[in-house]
Structures are given as structure tokens and as C-alpha cells.
Design a protein around this ligand. Sequence first.
Ligand code: PHE
Length: 384
Amino acid sequence: MTIWRGQFLAAAAVSLLLTGCDKPAGGPRAGGDTIKVGEFASLTGSEASFGQSSHQGTLLAVEELNAAGGLLGKKIQLLTEDNQSQAGQSATVVRKLISSDGVVAMLGEVASSRSLEAGPICQQNKIPMISPSSTNPKVTQVGDYIFRVCFLDSFQGGKVLAGFANHTLKAKSVAVLKDVKSDYSVGLAKFFTDGFTASGGKIAVEQNYSGGDKDFNAQLTSIKAANPDAIFVPGYYTEVGLIALQAKQLGIAAPLFGGDGWESDVLSSIGGAALEGDYFSTHFSPDDVSPAAQAFVKHFKEKYHAAPDSMAALGYDSALILADAMKRAGTTDGAKVRDAIAATKDFHGVSGIITIDANRDASKSAVVVTIKNGAFKYVETIAP
Ligand code: PHE
């Protein structure tokens, strides 16, 4: 098996990707012949891999929708803004998309903390927002205009990963190493801990870091002393790669495992052989045999010359769900589109079948993968 996504991280790719998103001449609200949809994403910075993948999936969906005639007699125009993976920037770019560009709906973000930053602005302006892949429960609790098309961390941590540690790893005691700056990491650590201890498991030790840290030796030394059967690292790929390397350098043999935040080909370029035999849970595998998934994988490969990952699949689905809702609403009016998204039922997305529930969330299966020769290998699917 090859690594899921190859050559996407060249800096040049960013500018190429953005060619579909040029602003119309004539300023705000110009271009009434198109439906303007905003997208905010981490196209550069520490989670660039998330933003680029998600954007590629979203853009492919918009291009396919437009090729098939567009929506409500118009073409969809995707306006994409980069938040540089930085706190504060999502609020800035989302305000701009709404007030200067006049978008009628918002797609984003991958990282929960950044969706939480933009959510209140969309809610206040009555602009429906669909997060493709933010899994922290708080994201959609912001208000009735905020939706997601992925599962939640209560499921990912409390059921998928706690069950995996129990049944597959057969771990009795687990160390937890979380990122205190990330809503995602803090939430996932808690849901895992609750689920794992409820089924009789023990947390050997809990340690913290802050996203952006490079040296984890102090935390790993405490973890080594506690001698856990496995180490749970609910973080994003940049830090996870370094943690895996430094754990091996300290002579820690216990396997590491984590959640969807691990999923990036950059993970293996940082952690290399130190990650062999480790595990993580995520949303989508290009090995999924459903016809919708296979058609998506084929079209994605034709356009980008690499296989799609979870963020790409969920970005694609977020755009399709929005378009489907606008079609049913027959308008781009915020309140009516909101109601139509809320009424989404049994939508056959590429990442699974999507029904939006009363909390504006989706209930979906998760997959667990293991790392073999630097590539991600499918292990199992866990249903909600
Ligand atoms: N679920 C993560 C979060 O909420 C983001 C993520 C989604 C990362 C999908 C990788 C894949 O922060």
C-alpha cells in the first residue's frame, strides 16, 4: 500500500489550489450570478495538511456540482481563506467572507478550536456553517446555524478508542498525553478516560503539552516510570510525530495510539520508523468499497494524483450536503437553508450515510488503521 496522500504539501500547491477562488471584480455582493460559499481552512502553518486536504475535497465537489449545471440556475463560487493554522485568524477571515464578500454559507473547519472560533460569527450573522470534520461536541452547541457531517469525540474517544484499547490492545493501564491548548485534544482525552475507566481500565498517568512544543522528554520520562501498557496521544500529527520519535529514543516500547488528528502523510515524514505498529482512529479509508466512496477516490485521484484522506472525503461531503439543502430549500436564504440542512436524512455521502440529528450532528462509523512501513493500513470499522 502506498501512503494515502503524496505530494500535496509543496508550497506551490497552495496557489494552484486557490485558482478556483478568485474574487469577482466589483466588490461586495457583486457577481449576483453566482452562489458565493465561503471556506476557511488551515492552508499553511502547523496543520496545513488538514486544510489542504479538506480544501481539495471541497473544491472537487464544487467543480462537479458546477459541471452538472450548478445550483438554482447559478454556478457555485467557492471563496477560500487561509487562517494559517493560527488562533484568531479564523475569526478574521470568516468576518471578511461574510461582510466584504457576501457569502451565503460557510464551510469549515477541520480543527475543533478553529470551528469554535468562527461558529459564533456565523451564528450571529445567520450564515449556515457546516464543519466537515471538527469532532468536539461543543462545536455545534454554539447555535442552530452550526452543523457537522462527521462523528463526535464522545463516540471516537468513549467508544471506538476505549474499546480498541480494551479489546484489541488488551491494555489494562494506559498513559494519556494531551495538548491543553486544543479543545479537540482535551475533549478526546476526557472521553477516552471516561470510557476506558468505566470498563475497568486504569489511567497510569496523565501528562500535558501545548501545541507547538518540540520537546516532550519530561512528560515521556514520567510516562516511562509509570510503565503503562499503551500510550494515548490525542493530538495533531506534527506533535504526535515528535512524541513517537522521542518515546523510542527514551526506550519506551509500549505502543502509541490516537484519534483522527494523526491523519496526515506528514505524520510519517516526522515520526518515521518510530511509528511502526502504532494505531489511530479516523473517518474514512480509501479502501472503503461503497460505490460512492470508490467513485470519489477515482475522481480525486484523476484530479490530484493521490488518494484522498478523511479530511478530503469530509470536505467533499460538506459541500454536497450544503448544495443538497440549497436545492431542497429552493433559495440561498440563510434561515431556509438552515432548516433544509437540519432536515438532511440518509444522504449517501462518500464518507458514509449522513442524517443530521436534533443536535445538528451526524452519527457515523469510524475506522481504525495501523502504521506499516510508513503507510496507513485498515484494521477495522466500528459502528456507532
Ligand atoms: N477532528 C479533529 C478536530 O476536531 C480534526 C481532524 C479531522 C483531524 C479529521 C484529522 C482528520 O480537531
